[in-house]
Design a protein around this ligand. Sequence first.
Ligand code: ATP
Ligand code: MG
Length: 449
Amino acid sequence: MEVVAGVQHEGAGPLILPRAEHCVSRRDIDPEALKILFRLQRLGFTAYLTGGAVRDMLLGRKPKDFDIATDARPNQIRKYFANAFIIGRRFRLAHIRFRGGKVIEVATFRRDPGPAAGSAVPSSGTAFAAGQIPAAQKPPEEGGAVMAAGERAPLYAFGTPEEDAWRRDITVNALFYDPATAAVIDYVGGVADLRQGRIRVIGDAAERFREDPVRIWRVIRYAARLGFAIGDGIGSEILEQRQLLAGCSESRMYEELSKDLLGPRSRDVFALHREYGVLRLLLGRIGEALENDEPMFAVSSSLLASADAEKEAGRPLGLDEMLSLLLWPWAAPLLSQAGSDPFPLLKKAFLGAGMVVSLPKGMRAQVIDLLALAGRMVRALGDGNMRWSARSRPGYALASRLCYMITQGRVPTAGESFEDLYQKTFPGRPLWGGSSPRRRRPRRQGPAA
Ligand code: ATP
Ligand code: MG
């Protein structure tokens, strides 16, 4: 393992950063999360804020969500919190739900199950890698460890805060914040890495990537999002092991792709994926095209950048829209070859691309529709021929927005649409072919009064 000055070692005890030495203020913490933390502590449990929330607050950013780690077991959490729901077939966590859809995730400290557990690596809130855990397997309610059929080593086991920190993915994601003392607790050298703007895998990168290849993806995501450098030796390990991503479960890949698209700085995240050659692993031939064709990728990049600015302004885009922006320059040439119904051609191209990430059927259909409709609009701005009956299609408004972004390089404001563009380009022509779309007459009910 690489030794870096100022980096802690397992068993050496934590670095404790008192309140005066960091910028995390209780006021920045979600009040419900704070209540849960204090309640757990009053009940005699250890309870810390952890993960992305501590990382983001230390960087002066607003966290997306507030995850809690505790030594209370899932069934104890359920006992003390009436609004707690235990989730996760593979690793049990509590979701504490509040009005308005807010959810605070409370996970019990756990430890690395060790290499004999294969690549069954729990990640907070989500899954183990590649679905290695038998469906019939029941996690223990109160127990120390879960064993897979035929395995000697546990798939996961509860642990101490220190063990919990060491089983996490990267150092800056493994910090704890103790609300009682307002101190940041760092077992793994995350504070030094935050200060130096560095992403470092906890433990031996080669081994941790083998255990769970999704960590390759996560290293790239957080390096790009935070604008951090990837630590020494880790970049070459990514290049060496990136192929392992191809063996990950399709649904987990879809989840990760969604996080990249919906999260901040998607432009930078995809640029770094491309730099490390992982786009082709995730998106098959589509990723290959985006990697090989610089101008094509530049189009995706600038569309994602416009979307990122929208997200930052508090106007998030949907996943179908984000996927369409990413895929537009790949789909555009296909759309121009297709006849009046491009759906079958695009669907075939999607299915034939050999993507590791598989989009759920409904999402794929939505994205194809959106791309096809936006493509028709873009073409209509060139030749004036628009099939206005498309106005009644559910994706029309989104496609109009997409067409605007593609042709104008920015998101339309409230009053702007494809129709404005059409009118400006073809001032003499009536919109909607000169008449409103046909409407059904309301059915008469009974004899006229
Ligand atoms: P954000 O939610 O802002 O994207 P995050 O760091 O909170 O960032 P999550 O995906 O919510 O990311 O994961 C929560 C925490 O769980 C991480 O901070 C990390 O400590 C741990 N974690 C997530 N995935 C893995 C993994 N594959 N291996 C080890 N630890 C993981
Ligand atoms: Mg999170």
